[in-house]
Design a protein around this ligand. Structure first.
Ligand code: N01
Length: 533
């Protein structure tokens, strides 16, 4: 038990990605608190620091993949392509950190290994990989919801003589130019990697377990005149984004797919296929693609017809064609299906022909073929949402570990707080909004900042949600998720991608506009559901 009651700092922020950077700025520069941020990476950026694989980019259009909190920042930072490549996003975040002089408050290369709440002192003790301990009153987890790598334990993994990497830990010195490359996984990451790697590798072997619905992204150059026009519209753009569902910067459709003729449906699908963007295709075409089975089937059939049109070899087209619902996080890309028309790209369907083992020289599949490789890439995704919380020794009141609280799956109140964990906040915690993330991050950071300000002004030692408020929020999220088709598809959104992980609702799926309204209502009612004492 700690005997100190004066903390080392007022607040600790864990993580220096989009969430941690803005939280640090808010607590330190707007509220005047002393803040220490810890970042396990060797640089700032979070996901944009670690995911340096060829082809890594944001699949949200760049004009809304940024902060909106500072008008000067918005107006001064230009862009030249519709989507931002990983180095562009990282350069932007580096600029933000320097612009607001945040670097001096961030300790890099420092992983938080444990955070314990002390019931007697009301303080948190945060232990880090450098062996030190820091006490604080407030603890903010900005751990990233897609940050803990999922590394399947395939037999022979340690035997491979070439380079074996996960996309979430891409080594700075790894160049795949002219190499024989294999990739396992065809999600957002895998498909981005595949398109880029096919251009530079000598040969690319794709090990696909489940085919995906992929629409074009419509990426391309953006000229300065368009950038200037967008900047002039930023006021209305951000107002629309904050009141929308998915916060991707387009108007969501309010037309039901089955309310129009088949011909009109096809016209709308084609128009949006030509415009590009996965979320636009799912939410901008019709209002019910993600909720109505017939609407969903129509969208899926359209994409399947495109695969048949694009892919030359019928057997490859068959393997690439999904047969399940179109209800995972929607993908988009530049010429994904076209990539399989290249002679130097080979598709191995590991649902039909499973991987038996990884050998010294490559990957052996059930048909006995040994696919010889120089580089084997795991684009196998993440232990999403709660993965990073469980990876540290996180204990709230009474020394209870987060795993005990989350035995049936991760829960929260409003996606930002957890009963039993006083003065602890989460950016993109479980059951936060399912959107383009920077606008949701901003919503949460600003709201947490105001709650902390209220606690400070009231002299409360702790602020903590009640168990009843958390249960009610969890039930609300379940109810909303069940109105969609997403729970029926196996994906990370409900934890289905990790063997043994309990399937749980992990998002508030009513949209950012509704979410912000919920936050505003709770604040207006004196932070209903929280105890300040
Ligand atoms: O991960 P995923 P991701 N053996 O879980 C396969 C965000 N993101 O990194 O479908 C063989 O979607 C798995 O196969 P299956 C975005 O939110 C954003 O691609 O389970 N294969 C699947 O193909 C996204 O949704 C951007 O059968 C195995 C793949 O690996 C989220 O991150 C860019 C396997 C994993 O797909 C996650 O995307 C990139 C095994 N044992 C990512 N285990 C932006 O553009 C898994 N797979 C902002």
């Amino acid at each position: 038990m700690s005997t100190t009651t004066t903390p080392d700092v007022d607040a600790v922020v864990i993580g220096a990605g989009f969430g941690g950077i803005y939280m640090l700025h808010t607590l330190r520069d707007r509220l005047g608190l002393s803040v220490q941020a810890f970042e396990k990476g060797g640089g700032i950026g979070g996901t944009w620091y670690f995911n340096r694989y060829p082809g890594a980019k944001s699949d949200t259009e760049g004009f809304v993949y940024r902060y909106s909190f500072d008008e000067d920042l918005l107006n001064e930072w230009d862009w030249s392509t519709r989507y931002l490549d990983q180095p562009d996003v990282l350069a932007y975040l580096e600029h933000v950190v320097d612009r607001f002089d945040l670097r001096r408050s961030i300790r890099l290369d420092t992983e938080v290994t444990a955070a314990h709440f002390d019931d007697d002192t009301g303080l948190w003790t945060v232990r880090t990989s450098d062996g030190s301990a820091t006490t604080c009153r407030y603890l903010v987890n900005a751990l990233g919801l897609l940050a803990r790598s999922n590394m399947p334990d395939l037999p022979g993994r340690d035997r491979f003589a070439g380079r074996l990497v996960h996309t979430n830990a891409w080594p700075a010195d790894l160049d795949i130019t002219g190499r024989r490359v294999g990739v396992i996984g065809t999600g957002s990451t895998g498909t981005q990697f595949i398109v880029a790697a096919a251009r530079s590798a000598e040969h690319l072997t794709v090990f696909q377990r489940t085919p995906q619905y992929v629409v074009p992204s419509g990426n391309g150059p953006v000229d300065q005149a368009e950038v200037d026009r967008t900047k002039e519209d930023f006021g209305s753009i951000w107002e629309q984004v904050r009141g929308s569902k998915v916060a991707f910067g387009f108007e969501e459709s309010d037309v039901e797919a089955m309310s129009v003729s088949e011909e009109e449906r096809r016209r709308v699908f084609q128009e949006n296929w030509d415009k590009g963007n996965g979320f636009r295709f799912m939410f901008g075409t019709f209002s019910d693609i993600a909720t109505d089975p017939d609407a969903n089937a129509a969208a899926a059939a359209f994409i399947r017809s495109k695969i048949a049109e694009i892919v030359d070899d019928p057997e490859t087209a068959r393997k690439l064609t999904p047969t399940d619902l179109y209800a995972k996080r929607p993908l988009c890309n530049e010429g994904y299906y076209e990539t399989y028309n290249r002679d130097d790209v080979e598709l191995v369907d590991i649902a039909e022909n499973p991987i038996e083992e990884i050998t010294e020289r490559g990957v052996r599949t059930a048909d006995g073929v040994e696919h010889e490789l120089d580089v084997l890439v795991f684009a196998t995704g993440f232990d999403a949402v709660d993965g990073n919380y469980r990876a540290m020794d996180l204990r709230g009141r009474g020394g209870r570990h987060i795993d005990e609280h989350w035995a049936d799956g991760p829960t929260s109140y409003l996606g930002v707080s957890k009963a039993g964990f006083p003065n602890m906040f989460m950016i993109l915690g479980p059951n936060g909004p399912f959107t383009n993330l920077p606008p949701s991050i901003e919503s949460q950071v600003e709201w947490i900042g105001e709650l902390v300000r209220t606690a400070e002004e009231s002299g409360a030692r702790t602020v903590e949600p009640t168990a009843a408020a958390e249960e009610s929020w969890t039930a609300t999220c379940r109810e909303i998720a069940d109105m969609t088709l997403f729970p029926q598809a196996d994906s990370w959104i409900f934890g289905a991608n990790i063997p043994g992980k309990k399937n749980a609702v992990m998002f508030y799926m009513a949209g950012i506009g509704a979410y912000r309204q919920q936050l505003a209502d709770v604040a207006a009612k004196g932070y209903e559901g929280f105890t300040l004492e």
